[in-house]
Design a protein around this ligand. Structure first.
Ligand SMILES: [Zn+2]
Length: 357
């Protein structure tokens, strides 16, 4: 095991085939990798960039970067002079791409400002400047942008110019889970690669290797997106905690959601609301097991009002406000919605709710 190949990111089992396909067939100077969140488009983008820069002369770089050559080692050490990774300051730590790896755009990083959630124009300009210089090594340049939709409008426009007039030997890979949020002119100038959700067995097996017990429970909870399961696990949420959650919300108990990032807590309550509403109209739940949902006492009207409030808060959930208070109020509303007795005229009530909307 002494010679573990130096790869910049793990080749997630469901990414091996898309990686090989992209390395073999994609020649465009800009690729757009899009996939639902938590599927690994950032990892794939990094590996593609590493593959483009790989200098192996013995292994043809068609399946994956060799992980052995000098270039691969530099990429894995985050110090390749011809590679740049643009991620918003606020995400660098969680993506394992810490601030000191990025030279540009950190002028006011000295603690007085919150880390930016955007990819800013000065960072994009640094990437363009890199693209315009001669490559230090022999394989051109590679620039990874993730999540691409976080380029703010000025940054996106600056970047568009580079796509219109390709700069020398630079290649770009844009990763996104929201391609519609990109400028249409950026989308149309990139070659698109869509990544599907991994099959549940593959994702489940991988999660088990990561130490997740009963991965199917959390995988369903995360809409089949395996990296989101790891994010939940990092918050201490296991399958049992996930199963217990609906009952706790129905009892007005906010404790298990405390300490979660507000956007994730709101999204989770939205999933619960969705499932309760599905069950109320006779369909199956999607994110929680039937057995863990409050039994047979759910009316649709309060659920729809709860859903509307969740949507409203979700829009602002990333803004700095009193998360604790917002969460308590949402859970209180959830408690009421989940305990509302079902009306005997349920079907008629549902119809009238639909026609009024
Ligand atoms: Zn290599």
């Amino acid at each position: 095991m002494a010679d573990e190949p130096a790869l910049v990111a793990p080749v997630l089992p469901w990414l091996a085939a898309p990686l090989a396909r992209a390395l073999e067939t994609q020649t465009a100077h800009a690729l757009l990798l899009h996939a639902p969140g938590g599927v690994g488009q950032f990892e794939l983008g990094l590996l593609l960039a590493q593959g483009w820069l790989c200098e192996s002369t013995t292994t043809p770089v068609t399946k994956r970067p060799c992980g052995v050559c000098a270039s691969c080692r530099l990429v894995a050490a985050h110090s390749h002079p011809d590679m740049l990774v643009l991620v918003p300051e606020a995400l660098r730590e969680s993506l394992g791409w810490a601030a000191e790896d990025v030279e540009e755009g950190g002028a006011e990083r000295s603690g007085k400002k919150k880390p930016s959630k955007d990819i800013r124009v000065e960072e994009v300009r640094a990437a363009i400047a890199l693209a315009l210089t001669t490559a230090s090594r022999g394989r051109g340049k590679a620039i990874v942008i993730h999540p691409a939709e976080r380029m703010n409008p000025i940054a996106a426009n600056a970047f568009l110019k580079t796509l219109e007039e390709p700069a020398g030997s630079a290649r770009f890979v844009l990763c996104t889970s929201a391609p519609d949020a990109l400028l249409p002119t950026i989308r149309s100038r990139c070659q698109a690669i869509a990544l599907a959700l991994p099959p549940a067995e593959v994702a489940g097996a991988w999660l088990r290797q990561q130490g997740i017990a009963e991965p199917d429970v959390l995988l369903a909870g995360c809409g089949g997106q395996p990296q989101e399961v790891l994010a939940l696990a990092q918050l201490g949420v296991d399958a049992a905690a996930w199963r217990a959650l609906p009952g706790q919300v129905a009892a007005g108990d906010v404790s298990s959601l405390r300490g979660w990032p507000l956007p994730l807590a709101v999204e989770t309550l939205q999933k619960l609301c969705h499932d309760a509403a599905s069950v109320a109209v006779g369909a199956g739940p999607r994110y929680f097991g039937s057995a863990s949902l409050p039994r047979g006492v759910v009316g649709l009207g309060p659920l729809l009002r709860w859903a509307a409030e969740l949507r409203r808060v979700a829009e602002f959930a990333e803004h700095p406000w009193n998360a604790e208070l917002a969460l308590e109020s949402l859970v209180e509303q959830g408690r009421e919605a989940l305990q509302t007795p079902r009306s005997p005229r349920r079907r008629g009530e549902i119809d009238s709710l639909h026609s009024r909307r």
